[in-house]
Ligand binder design. Sequence first.
Ligand code: HDE
Length: 768
Amino acid sequence: MTVRKKLQETAAKAVESVQDALTPDTPPGRPGPVPPPLEEPTEPHDPLPRKPDQQAPDARSATGGPSDDRAQQGAYVTTAQGVRVSSTDHSLRAGARGPTLLQDHHLREKVMHFDHERIPERVVHARGAAAHGTFVANGAASSVTSAGFLAEGVETPVFVRFSTVLGSRGSADTVRDTRGFATKFYTADGTFDLVGNNIPVFFIQDGIKFPDVIHAGKPHPDREIPQAQSAHDTFWDFVSLHTEATHHTIWNMSDRGIPRSYRMMEGFGVHTFRLVAADGTTTLVKFHWKPRLGVHSLTWEEAQMAAGVDPDFHRRDLADAIESGAHPQWDLGIQTFPDTPEQTFEGIDLLDPTKIVPEELAPVQPIGTLTLTHNPTNYFAETEQVAFHTGHLVPGIDITDDPLLAARNFSYLDTQLTRLGGPNFAQIPINRPHAPVNDMQRDGFHQHAVHEGVAPYRPNTLDGGCPFIAGEDVSRYVEAPVTVPEAAKVRADPTSPTAAISFDDHYTQPRQFYLSMTPVERTHIAQAYTFELGKCYEQAIKERALRTLANIDTDLCLTVANGLGLEPPTTGALEQPEPSPALSQVGGAWPVDGRLVGILVDSGGSLEGVRAARDAVADAGMVPLVVSDRGGVLDDGDGEPMAVQRTYTTVRSIELDAVLVAGPLPPGPDAVQALDAEAGAPPPADGAGTGPQAQRLDPRMALLLGEMHRHAKAIGGWGQAEAVLAAAGLNPSGAGVVIGDDGAQSVDTLIGVLAGHRVWERFPPPAL
Ligand code: HDE
């Protein structure tokens, strides 16, 4: 359903509900009884039909009962055994006020199930949101891989889960952290998982250190604070001692650590993978997801506000956008490198997951497009129970000897055993392959299949020799025959003798990252380090962290040291690597699909321009939110009435990407009365101010506009918008403020500003 249609339906429903609620003798123009709550424009619709290929492999009961495996069926409440009950509200008691009886099997079963509804949350990436979609390959990868789903035009269903890393399941979305970007491709040749992040490098080079970095980042073990953030001593203790974490840490301290939306993040496979072509030739690759909407971030103040005002900010944003028809898209791309024995490229060690290969050296070549098209029907069944694994590979895609990847290939299966309660989690609907499964695995906790046959072993004659080993005539997984060099068993650094940027180089690429940033991005990085280190208590940790910064950039170190009130360490001259412009996210013009535009509307004024503006916003694929001084429905008697979606009490700037001021806007009655009361005047009879105070804005509107301005967002309007902005203390002709002739035209000019995401030129670049 289009945004526009959805809005029209919502408005029509809201108007109907108010009309129903009005008593016949309510005089026109006067508020009637309080209407029922209004629907959000993106109210989830009925559950989608189940996918045929997600039906249980064999759900008939062992005694040959009905094979219908639908989770909830029939019109009547039953016990878990399908027995209809006469009451589910009262437990069985000896007398209505007497003791509860142990023989109440319905009570016992109902509470038993409830008691066990929770499963352990993920040890990392516990907080997440997911969506279904499709991936369509463009065929460009066919020359380097035999993977069937990467052949031209092949469409593959996918399930994508985005996540934060450190926080618990109920933590806020907008904390400063790395984001997970995990994709399950249900290919015809079995399931392929690309379990990536929104940052292309990792904190550690060897998986054996994963428990260390996570223990350091998680809350302190004594008080279990702080939740979902790295601004504390243990994190900075670890990363300042363990300098290979420097590269990932500076990405975290950049705007990448606080994305505007899951829809506006890049994704990276991080490790180098090996693609295998039909003729057996191999190519090393790095995977990249490029969002069609561009890479955009929150400001740090917004991120902090959202953590309180709307902790579900990213989850809501994703679901709302998909629901309203603004389906997010990413292009999947690969950087390709020759599979040489050294496994290096342009002096960069490809087995080191703390290094990137700049796109200027190896361009990202698009190989297909991902579109997220619908939201999960049930959070627990799908988003919580989905089980990703780096070892879920399909023919044509193989791994390399990256020591971090090796540990991951062990870890993911292992963690699911505890989290999902046994080895049969591949039978959970969301995890079921869309390819036939005949794995000869049997039994175990939560076995759902009723396997036929008597010979789950090979070779056999009793089941006619089934299942058979795939021959060359069909797609089958064959490990690339990589030569493993003869070597002694050691526990040692894997530094490459042939790469200049190898495992032991911890600073060249962090420095390159910093030098590739625009001034405003550098400022944000300096502010983030100052904030995070400012939250540490241990002086020695701050000083050690400054020594790391001194190895990245002298000015950065100086700025942070000043902010902390510490002496900056002295440094020698630093080598200046070539910047990689592709690393900066500032600049360019981007689609505005799914962006939220608040339209500030006077509840007593004409709606003519507002209707046009609202339609123009929706037609541009954005989501208009009508904001007014009171809730309900606005009706100027001159056209279709309009539902109010936010009031000045329920809106905050963080949920809007842009704002349009639809004048005229008289002050809110509360504000006028407060001002009048201050002046000792009696309250005005008609509730509207008439004196000079009437020119004063509702302070909540002034706050909203001030925040929009401070967060470098697009501001527009028409009519008396100029006067309103001036009353809010803003410059109506300032950068990123566009005043149009009417509602529709204001939207046009606003889109021009919004396409750049932020109006950084509103603030002069601060000197670092
Ligand atoms: Fe993970 N990681 N990881 N990780 N990871 C998990 O698996 C692990 C790493 C990533 O939405 C766990 O099912 C080890 C890098 C994502 O369900 C666990 C190491 C990258 C998700 C695990 C790493 C990731 C996880 C926890 C170092 C980016 C969420 C729950 C060797 C390329 C997937 C689970 C989802 C989840 C282990 C490092 C991405 C414990 C041992 C590097 C996106 O198995």
